[in-house]
Design a binder for this molecule. Structure first.
Ligand code: ADP
Length: 573
């Protein structure tokens, strides 16, 4: 495309050059016509003076007297006239063309053969050119007839002009001009080097008389004749050639006008057009390039956006899949946790079962003996004593019922949703569940229940499970201690904290106690699985609370369970 554009610009510049050149040549030709007319008029005007001189002399009485044979001093008169008019020579010829008198006597004696003499002797004005040796190589001859009184030609006056003197005046002026005669010989010129050059047989150009023909050719741009020359430093290399006939002197005027300026003008015009086109083209090219680059960048960007979109969609799908998987895993985890909680409860029940069966066995035995006694009282007809026994039996049965109710509730698998719980009730049921164990271990419980309900967020059974676990752990820890006191109290501030402080040896590794399967208890009936605290941790956290374990300065362990308050009663699930 760029090459094509450059080609078009080149063609356009060429056309502009051609047009500008032809225009320049037109102008040059107009000026050349004027120059040519001026040069012709100048030459003719200068020669005309001598023609008029010949005509005037023809009427001179001394001339007629000379021809009539009566004159004595004609040559002196002619010499004076010649000197004053700067003529080369002046002669009076008789009817046969013989010189009768001459100013300088340089001419041949017989001139009857010359055409210009013959014309004058026929009564007309005659003119011609030729060498005027020995005075000049180029002379112009003009002859006027001399008439007698009867009007017949009696002779002629011949005035010879030195052409050297004429073109000497305007030698070197511009433009180069020359005048050729009928034979095509340059006879007069303002460039002396062209004198006597001759038109060759081809009729075109000029060639020097003796030497080789120098470089020459002709072209015709726009109908103008252009000569291409190598004719020396004083002639143009390329010239517009123009001619004009000068019949008055029998010659042809020619000029050679330098076309360099027209050429320069054409060049500058075409260069300006080319520069403009190139500048405009470059602008267009740059704009097109810019647009192309933008479009390319746009396409790249769109491609990248599309690729990124696809990648994003894939990632999205992947994320969705992962989210679904995670939800599934979460559900499985929750289920596993619930199962773990349940397992923890059952394990606690297993641990407690000896105490519980003892707890149930004792009233059962009492019920049996009370019933037997009641039967005996009935037999002895002491119904009031029997009634007393029955009332005791009823009391014990109620107590047993409460224990069983607690156990059932403890073993129940409750929902994991958070609800509102009375902290006092949960603590109470935990203490009841563990009271046999506590009593058998010889541990003294210090606990002052609060007045009225204390609502916290959580599930009753699971909260009891946490407390049962903490109490059991404390009792187990104090097995070898001398003083066995477990203090349980409730701190009521913004959050509610339940503290369990014992007088045992303290926690061995406080950082580890909540890790699953961490236990210091040896395997056996009292041996643990190391799951109790880790399950409790999970439960309390699910209520939005916290469980922490540390050691007291006095040596025992201190577990704190922090729980959120349940704001109002209507929040109950
Ligand atoms: P387990 O009771 O089955 O060992 P836990 O998770 O309930 O499992 O307890 C983990 C460990 O924490 C116990 O083995 C014990 O070393 C320690 N620990 C728990 N409570 C106390 C406490 N009150 N005093 C000293 N150590 C305790």
């Amino acid at each position: 495309m760029v090459l094509a554009f450059l080609g078009v610009v080149l063609v356009l510049a060429g056309a502009v050059w051609r047009y500008g050149y032809v225009q320049g040549l037109d102008q040059l030709a107009a000026r050349g016509q004027a120059d040519l007319a001026l040069a012709g008029d100048r030459l003719v005007g200068q020669l005309q003076r001598y023609r008029d001189l010949a005509v005037v002399l023809a009427d001179h009485p001394d001339v007629r007297a000379e021809l009539e044979g009566s004159a004595t001093n004609t040559e002196a008169v002619l010499l004076e006239v010649a000197d004053k008019s700067a003529a080369l020579d002046i002669a009076v010829l008789d009817r046969q063309g013989r010189v009768r008198a001459a100013a300088k006597g340089s001419l041949a004696r017989e001139l009857g053969q010359e055409r210009f003499v013959q014309r004058a002797l026929r009564g007309a004005l005659g003119w011609g050119h030729g060498p005027g040796l020995p005075l000049t190589p180029r002379a112009f001859y003009q002859a006027a007839p001399v008439f007698d009184d009867a009007g017949k030609v009696m002779g002629a006056v011949l005035v010879v002009t030195d052409l050297n003197g004429i073109d000497y005046n305007w030698r070197g002026t511009n433009p180069a001009a020359f005048f050729t005669d009928a034979q095509g010989i340059v006879y007069i010129s303002n460039r002396s080097e062209l004198l006597f050059w001759q038109r060759p047989e081809s009729g075109e150009g000029l060639s020097p008389p003796a030497a080789e023909t120098p470089e020459f050719s002709i072209t015709w741009p726009g109908g103008h004749e252009i000569w291409h020359l190598g004719w020396g430093p004083y002639l143009p290399q390329e010239a517009l050639h123009m001619t004009r006939m000068l019949p008055v002197i029998g010659m042809r005027g020619e000029v050679l006008l330098d076309v360099a300026q027209a050429r320069r003008l054409a060049w500058s015009q075409s260069a300006a057009v080319a520069a403009l086109c190139l500048a405009f083209g470059s602008l267009l090219f740059l704009a097109a390039e810019r647009r192309r680059a933008l479009a390319e960048a746009n396409m790249k960007l769109e491609g990248r956006v599309a690729a990124r979109t696809v990648a994003l969609r894939d990632t999205n799908a992947q994320l969705l899949r992962e989210a679904r998987d995670r939800e599934k895993a979460q559900a499985a985890l929750q289920q596993a946790q619930a199962d773990l909680v349940q397992a923890g409860k059952l394990s606690a029940l297993g641990q407690m079962s000896a105490g519980i069966s003892h707890e149930l066995n004792q009233p059962l035995m009492a019920i049996r003996s009370f019933a037997e006694n009641a039967v005996q009282f009935m037999e002895r007809d002491k119904p009031e004593r029997a009634a007393e026994n029955l009332a005791r039996i009823s009391d014990m049965a109620r107590r047993m019922g409460r224990i069983i109710q607690n156990l059932r509730a403890f073993a129940r698998q409750d929902s994991t949703t958070r609800e509102r719980v009375d902290l006092g009730a949960a603590l109470h049921s935990a203490l009841e569940l563990t009271q046999t164990h506590v009593r058998e271990a010889g541990v003294e419980m210090e606990y002052a229940p609060a007045d009225g309900p204390l609502w916290v967020r959580g599930g009753e059974v699971r909260l009891s499970q946490v407390f049962v676990n903490l109490i059991t752990n404390a009792v187990d820890a104090m097995a070898a201690s001398d003083i066995k006191v477990l203090r349980v109290d409730v701190d009521q501030s913004e959050v509610i904290t339940v503290n369990f402080r014992d007088t045992g040896p303290g926690i061995e590794m406080p950082d580890k106690v909540f890790d699953p399967f961490y236990t210091t208890k040896s395997v056996g009936p009292t041996g643990g699985m190391g799951l109790g605290l880790s399950i409790s941790y999970g439960i309390v956290q699910s209520f939005g609370g916290q469980i922490r374990g540390s050691n007291l300065k006095s040596g025992g362990a201190w577990f704190r369970v922090t729980l959120e308050r349940a704001a109002t009663q209507t929040e109950a699930a």
